[in-house]
Design a protein around this ligand. Sequence first.
Ligand code: BGC
Length: 396
Amino acid sequence: MKFSNSAALAFAATAIAAPSTPTLQEKPREVQAGCASAVTLDASTNVWKKYTLHANKFYRTEVEAAVAAISDSSLAAKAAKVANVGSFLWLDSIENIGKLEPALEDVPCDHILGLVIYDLPGRDCAAKASNGELAVGELSRYKTEYIDAIVKILKAHPKTAFALVIEPDSLPNLVTNSDLQTCKDSASGYRDGVAYALRNLNLPNVVMYIDAGHGGWLGWDANLKPGAQELAKAYKAAGSPKQVRGIATNVAGWNQWDLTPGEFSKASDAKYNKCQNEKLYLDNFGPALKSAGMPNHAIVDTGRNGVSGLRQEWGNWCNVNGAGFGVRPTSSTGHDLADAFVWVKPGGESDGTSDSSATRYDSFCGKSDAYQPSPEAGSWNQDYFEMLVKNAKPSF
Ligand code: BGC
């Protein structure tokens, strides 16, 4: 997974600061699964006002193992609290669909299970770190073995609420990286695949957010309209599904919510980007989505954006060194279009390997502002996790 944007990357920059009203989620784990009757999510409303993002058992298990490996008792006590924070579960391969049923076993009626749909053919076309299992051309496998299999499970669990982030980076890459042969090759599969996912996952117990990159990506003046049109095209190709609420921004990202002036606003190209923080991105991209004809509410990933000023360039996306956990999931955002701050990227899981001899090595993961050594994308990095805990803002 990565945020690249060759065109826009040439420029670069953003901003941010911690939102004003952080809400800690430290409810004890409950063991009952789902509600007494079928769940109906009204995607014309903010479902996060009613549902709490569930602290899924996979991340909880990773965190608990990490805590056990920490000898400093005060750090361990802080780290233990991370296990109670809600975060999304990534279904990043056909095999990992196997995580879904175990993960929904302990979701109480007032919680919502967050899932990331992430397995398009030719995945991560502008980078290497998260290249996936399906090759360009394997769209029928994506449909039948991946999406259909997930749909079947979600249908079998109508009493549980689900929030889905749809295919991080895919459509944004088609907007800004269409000059790359890999993205050209992936384009039709991305468009068809996302539309298929939206159409088929449109179930009453599901609310969907299509990934829209971040302010330093589609927020450039030249990218706002084409970006909104690309997303709206997929939404309409899917038949304008009722359960689509809007977009997910800053997924696995580092941008601040409302830091003013923005983190990169002194850059020489800053005049070409009005979205110097994620709040400004919603202010600008939201109306563009509306004119393009799609719903424009958003969830924003604040999982790892506790510290600003770490990146040398806005487009640096891999294992940013010095990062800290950000604001805990909450629906108190103070912004009409922002439904919730959520943790999408499970902090501690790597963005990509720093081993330059690995097949999926991406040079962004070897940059001087990237934490090294780092393991393969998705694998646990204990040292990085401990750093996120130490640098968390608000602190644990
Ligand atoms: C990786 C996935 C992983 C996800 C969450 C992505 O960068 O490619 O395998 O599940 O991050 O850590």
